[in-house]
Design a protein around this ligand. Structure first.
Ligand code: 5AD
Ligand code: SF4
Length: 463
């Protein structure tokens, strides 16, 4: 795919004087933030480069959700320090949740950082850059705005321009940030501390950006927030998430609309019913459960029980009987007993998720669970994670094997770089499918007969 990205704003096309290299860790929210920072930098005549060695600015957009993520950032900063010693003119910027949460500690550990910007202040990146360029000193902005501009492209005119893609190519599937922060305070989670309180973006801005993305060639949009179901509760007219979904599914030219992440606590019967009437929502939902044990859910402060979670799945299955589900699971939460872990295994067997993101609990500073004294032994966590992954792999493999012989509409997202002629797409159930074709398929929907499947994905042929 060499097609230029037609979503690039005029400022991006002006002669680039400087190059930025962006590395993004963590969730889709960070990917969307990186695109927004690239849009801001493009206005300062920066263009994207995949090579650190030719970059004037290296931007690390970091994740703090688990301890390991922070260590990766520190080791990357070690490598960048050596490069900067050879090329002192290079600017190192750290953005994202590690910048927000670690601030001064991070600078102490890595004084080579020139710019530090938290996820709530990315609109200040251009100012920080020029401050650093002029003074040669470190510039930083962390913390939160009380109101947007926390979402820096949230003015109506800016929302009408699609942010450039990080790949530099046209992308079939794009993210649209609808909300920032989280008010939930699950006891294991740093997000409310790193991304602040919930702030919703206006429906008008969101729809304008979706429209701009579709005009730029996107066929699928994923609406992003930490807790999308509570979207709008902080806005003056209090629009519901269901009303936003109804408006977005009506946008001309949009093939599929997805959203993540849904907190089961705020997931309503009205939302579930939308899947029956809005085919563009597809037949798939990510609904994180975290644990299959009520006492663990209580200690996590998830505000749902296993029974109320299953009730939500029943609403969804009433709307779309074969709906595919995915989830997030944490093993080894403080105090998790063998029996409580066995309850998680039982839930996974019962629900039969299409796939799951599975994590060992990672104690985080400043979170309630990080201070619990009954931490689970690392070895036990590892064993539980391996057991759970093995079970999920088996289920995913079985679900994929049962797809063989079915004909499914597939939206094709991209052509393999390594193997031209191999196209990857997704079914309405969000299953990954690979199809060989001599004609380009990217951006199109085709009926595909599934010929084989394993725990990773499906193979198919055009019908
Ligand atoms: N340890 C392990 N996993 C975590 N997650 C969030 N915080 C932690 C933590 N401290 C997982 C949850 C969440 C996903 C984004 O990351 O499963 O849904
Ligand atoms: Fe973290 Fe819970 Fe908020 Fe999700 S809902 S971001 S897990 S605090």
């Amino acid at each position: 795919m060499t097609e230029p990205n037609i979503s690039i704003s005029p400022a991006v096309r002006s002669p680039a004087l400087k190059k930025v290299h962006i590395e993004t860790w963590g969730c889709q929210m960070n990917a969307a933030d990186s695109e927004r920072m690239l849009a801001l930098l493009a206005k300062q005549s920066y263009e994207l480069t995949s090579s650190v060695d030719e970059a004037d600015l290296v931007l690390l957009n970091t994740c703090h959700i688990r301890e390991k993520a922070k260590h990766k950032v520190l080791s990357r900063l070690g490598v960048l320090k050596e490069i900067k010693e050879r090329r002192p003119g290079m600017t190192i910027a750290v953005a994202g949740c590690v910048a927000q949460a670690e601030g001064a500690r991070l600078i102490k550990a890595a004084p080579q950082i020139d710019i530090l910007v938290g996820p709530g202040k990315i609109d200040e990146l251009p100012r920080l850059l020029s401050e650093h360029d002029t003074s040669g000193k470190r510039a930083q902005a962390i913390g939160f705005h009380r109101h947007p501009p926390a979402l820096p492209l949230s003015t109506a005119s800016a929302a009408a321009v699609a942010p450039p893609t990080l790949s530099g190519k046209r992308e079939v599937s794009r993210y649209v940030n609808i909300q920032q922060g989280c008010n939930n305070y699950c006891t294991f989670c740093v997000v409310p501390f790193t991304r602040g309180r919930e702030l919703s973006r206006s429906a008008g801005d969101i729809l304008a950006e979706c429209t701009a993305l579709v005009a730029a060639g996107a066929r699928e949009v994923t609406l992003l927030g930490q807790n999308v179901n509570s979207y709008g509760s902080d806005l003056a007219d209090q629009p519901s998430f269901a009303s936003l979904l109804r408006a977005a599914t009506a946008l001309p030219g949009l093939e599929r609309l997805r959203f993540t992440t849904s907190n089961p606590h705020d997931f309503t019967e009205e939302l579930a019913a939308l899947f029956a009437t809005q085919p563009r929502l597809g037949r798939y939902l990510h609904l994180p459960v975290q644990s299959g044990s009520d006492p663990v859910l209580l200690r996590m402060q998830r505000k749902v029980t296993v029974a109320s979670y299953l009730e939500r799945l029943a609403w969804l299955r009433q709307a779309v009987p074969d709906i595919a589900l995915s989830t997030d699971l944490i093993v080894g939460f403080p105090g998790e007993t063998d029996e409580e872990f066995a309850d998680t295994m039982r839930l996974v067997e019962q629900v039969r998720y299409g796939f799951a993101f599975m994590f060992k609990y990672s104690p985080r500073k400043n979170t309630p669970a990080g201070r619990y004294t009954n931490q689970v032994d690392e070895k036990v966590k590892e064993e539980r994670l391996a057991q759970l992954m093995q079970l999920q792999d088996k289920i995913t493999g079985e679900i994929h094997a049962a797809e063989v012989g079915q004909t499914r509409p597939v939206l094709f997202h991209y052509e393999s770089n390594k193997n031209p002629g191999q196209f990857y797409g997704r079914t309405e159930h969000f299953r990954l499918v690979r199809v060989a074709s001599t004609v380009p398929l990217t951006g199109q929907v085709h009926q595909v007969r599934i010929t084989s499947g394993n725990k990773v994905g499906l193979l198919g042929e055009l019908v």
